[in-house]
Design a protein around this ligand. Sequence first.
Ligand code: GRF
Length: 193
Amino acid sequence: MVPLTGPNKVKAAVFISGTGSNLKSLIKFSKTKKSPISVSLILTDNSKAKGLDFANINKIKKKTFNFKKKNLAEKRMLIELKKNKIQIICLAGFMKILSKSFIKNFKGKILNIHPSLLPKYKGLNTHQRAIDNKEKHSGCTVHYVTSKLDSGKIILKKKVKISKKDTSKTLAKKILKQEHILYPKALLKVFNL
Ligand code: GRF
């Protein structure tokens, strides 16, 4: 991707479904001088997503799409993305799986953050599964999105130690903290910065 800075930052859309703590960290990063992106649009499948508060606070355009009709939702999302001249998509706790035909429109331009050291523990319940398997480490991964779940090319990973006392809740908290650092770093890497 062409590295751009200053007023010519690449317009990014962030897709969320829940709390939006990664969205919060991406917005904070996007406001720094070194950020190659500006968060210009926030899309969700969940009108009650707490993360939408960050859209209001930061005056960023937000839109909800009903995924009961996924085809239609994706078509409408694509229209919105084009309208807003979005060039890169950051999935951040977005709980819907995007179709092949949607992804084709943004080939190599959709990133996701996943709370495990991929390729280990794709899918849900990553922390409990890592603990149950007596792993010594888990962590988080930023990767490109392809039509195969959590399987696209890895951009960056961060390892986090699992202690004997960790529950899935405490581990999630530790990893989430690292996610907030890793996603901006991965964006810098994507833009060769
Ligand atoms: C994060 O752990 C992310 O890796 C996963 O969903 C969680 C979202 O958290 N995909 P938040 O909404 O960014 O706080």
